[in-house]
Design a protein around this ligand. Sequence first.
Ligand code: DGT
Ligand code: CA
Ligand code: CA
Length: 510
Amino acid sequence: MVTNSQIAQMLSQTADLLEIKGENPFKVRAYRNAARIVENSSKDFNKLVKEGFDLTRLSGIGKDLSANIKEIVTTGKFSKLEELKKEVPQGLVDMLSIEGLGPKRIKQIYEAFHITSLDELKKYAENGELEKLSGFGAKLIEKILKGVKQLKKAGIRFLWAEVEKIAEDLKNYLLKFPGVEIVEIAGSYRRKKESVGDLDILVVAKDYPKVSEYFIKYPKVKEIHSAGLTRSTVFLENDLQVDLRAVSKDSYGAALHYFTGSKAHNIEIRKLAIEKGMKVNEYGVYKDNKKIAGASEEEVYKAVGLCFIEPELRENRGEIQACLENKLPNLVKLEEIKGDLNISSELIDEAIKKGYKYIGVRNSLIKRDDIKIFSVLEQNIKAINPQKNYDFLVGIVDKDASNEMVLEAIKKVDFLRFFRDIKNNIEPQIDYDLIFKEMAKNNVKLEVISRPNNLIRDTLIKKAIETGVKISIVSNANKKEELGFIKYGINQARRGWAESKDVINTQNLT
Ligand code: DGT
Ligand code: CA
Ligand code: CA
């Protein structure tokens, strides 16, 4: 179903692209008007079209626009817009979201310099060429540069696992500098979020400016954005942004708490503090203008009447209430994993070396004397065909699965795995509330794949557990190195509030 505001957005984007192309201003205005009419209407256009209402009866909507809206409602797409997107370079479309740049100015820039990318735009803003255009003052140029930076940043998120090595290397590099006492990576990285936007590093050191000088010399730094007295920002080779901040030792806990986030968690903590007549910021907790805590996170939480909350839980998903009710989960740990229930048959010896008590081997009936092996059969739920002799049947739910297909499969399988591609934002569109209920009823377990780009959402793990579904955290390894993936599955399970008792492969299975 398409909402009014989605229809309006397509029409307004059409107007923008037509304007960049320099098409007839009347046509441009007609699309823009129509967008406004749809957006502000109290009637649901989806319904109007389905009821066969004659849209041309509305003022501002002619025959063409009426046909356009019908197309959008019935197909969910607008072919004219699709065509325009092919004609107008993506870089110019991106420029539309920069504050201060509308279609008129973008057209002006394009006609003057024939540039079509954000990188070129940045170059022309920096070398003074852009300022030569009429209407482009210093203030606007500054806005454009800021916008380019924000856009580039918003577009790139890294998988947690992709930044892990460089983050730990950089931390060790900083720790080597004389006078550096503490280095900690805060932000989403510390919360073990599946993807991170940038790294936020805190440092306690005697002479911060010297540390900053050393920081910007880190061999993988590509670009120095700023290097100030308490804060420095660089971009690494892979375009990852890293912020380094100086923190004093007596505020370290408050700063670590503040910069670990999430923002939503911090806001709740501050509200709670205010209710108690206190103030919390990145320097400490204050009561009657007197600092009462700040050196450690434990101290900060205690001062506002809370227990320590693990970084993975700090998403404002009920963790503060849970603490107050003494119901915080005792999160599962990597060391508690007793076996990996989904590996390739070539990795049996490697798995034994890891000290596992049992393993699950994919699509093979191998048995051995030195380790308990479960044989695991994987099948797409579209074509379930149970085989004799296998211990476990794993049903794979791919991106176009329907509720009916999943519910049917639940009757036949032992585990379900839900496909997800984080980078490309692909996952099945199904009713998880309903599905988890059925899984719990039929004792079907959730297989949590630990591949960094295929992790199921943390919120779904939480929901599954709350519904009574047990989970199995597996590497799905094909190669030796991939056995280690299991730690990413653990990270995600912890963010989904999983305790050891919720995870079947922390138990003794026989
Ligand atoms: P990211 O980098 O997009 O993966 O996510 P974070 O959570 O690392 O966010 P980031 O880097 O923008 O900021 C780091 C932390 O700093 C964030 O988790 C909480 C704190 N913080 C940043 N901006 C604000 C703010 O406006 N208010 C509050 N309360 N905290 C903030
Ligand atoms: Ca961050
Ligand atoms: Ca940041």
